[in-house]
Design a protein around this ligand. Structure first.
Ligand SMILES: [Zn+2]
Length: 337
């Protein structure tokens, strides 16, 4: 992803570089503006932009300048550079080492979990990992927004979780997993769920770190004064603004939170054939919550699948949220889909 942003910005400033042209795929050439190239031969062009993995680099065969494209851009066009840094880093990309000075522009875009978490002892934040990491690949395949990668972790060996939650020393397996952390409103780690990446029979391993706190995903990031969407799955919540996930259908946790009912929309998975789910949907309609009732035209079973099918889920939820008698009516339709 970052490489394409590099190319975009190279093309934006290319017309200002002397003798700039594309030589072939992944290679561009210009007169070197660092050394001025040759002072006698105006046709000499010994500066090259070339690809290395997921980054663009600049190298001059005359002065031997060698730097990341970001460093080059910073010195060449500081205004465009600021835009570039914003676009590249707001998508959750890491700064390459050669491009250290960009960090000062990154501070205002820091993700919420920037402060050192005890999770760092056993896991690595997804936005710190290379693209070929198993958990990164998994999240890319599920179309999770890159901006959310800083909220997620990769745990290389699942049994290491006992280092921060000793009561789980019974976990003996060593497979890597995707780790989703739960925090309370104060930002304290209350638990984690760890999603298998290799078709493990046990897809999720749930870990409680604070015994007396309900595990609700997203508590540390929501604004209680704005409309809140509540879904079942933590991953699904990553696709919706100002949302929480109950990690299952135990929505009873909600009542302990004292959130204003009128601000809440409950979004259950789309499983009209599941009698247990139907009972819970009906319960929350009777409790007079706003509930999203999926239209029969939608076959995908959860928010993530809908997003992956190209649906505008936020809009669908907005158009299909009901309460009271209308919700009851739509619920009957849905159950008979
Ligand atoms: Zn040069």
């Amino acid at each position: 992803m970052s490489y394409f942003i590099d190319i975009k910005y190279l093309n934006m400033v290319g017309h200002k570089l002397p003798l700039f042209k594309k030589k072939k795929s992944d290679l561009w050439n210009c007169r070197c503006i660092i050394c001025g190239d040759s002072s006698t031969n105006k046709k000499k062009a010994r500066g090259y932009f070339y690809r290395q993995k997921n980054d663009l680099y600049y190298k001059c065969h005359n002065c031997l300048a060698s730097q990341h494209f970001g460093t080059f851009l910073k010195n060449f066009d500081s205004h465009t550079y600021q835009q570039y840094v914003f676009e590249r880093y707001s998508q959750g990309e890491n700064g390459p080492k050669a491009h250290k000075s960009a960090e000062k522009y990154m501070t205002f875009e820091q993700p919420v979990f920037k402060k050192k978490s005890k999770l760092d002892e056993v896991a690595v934040r997804l936005d710190m990992l290379p693209n070929d990491n198993e958990a990164v690949q998994y999240c890319l395949a599920r179309n999770i927004p890159l901006a959310k990668f800083s909220h997620l972790y990769y745990i290389p060996s699942v049994k290491d979780i006992a280092k921060i939650a000793p009561q789980y020393n019974t976990i003996k397996t060593e497979e890597p997993r995707l780790l989703l952390p739960f925090y309370n409103e104060a930002g304290e780690l209350t638990g984690v769920t760890m999603r298998g990446l290799r078709n493990e029979a046990l897809r999720y391993i749930m870990i409680k770190i604070c015994e007396d706190e309900p595990l609700i995903f997203g508590m540390n990031t929501i604004d209680k004064n704005e409309p809140i969407t509540i879904v079942e799955g933590p991953i699904d919540s990553l696709f919706l603004p100002n949302s929480l996930a109950c990690a299952g259908t135990s929505f009873g946790k909600l009542e302990s939170l004292s959130l204003p009912k009128e601000n809440i929309t409950i979004v259950f998975d789309n499983q009209p054939r599941n009698t247990e789910v139907c009972k819970i949907v009906e319960k929350y309609i009777k409790l007079d919550y706003n509930v999203c009732i999926w239209p029969c035209s939608i076959s995908e079973k959860d928010v993530n699948d809908m997003v992956s099918s190209g649906r505008n889920v936020q809009q669908i939820i907005q158009d299909n949220t009901y309460k009271g008698l209308m919700a009851q009516l739509k619920f009957t339709e849905w159950r008979n889909c």
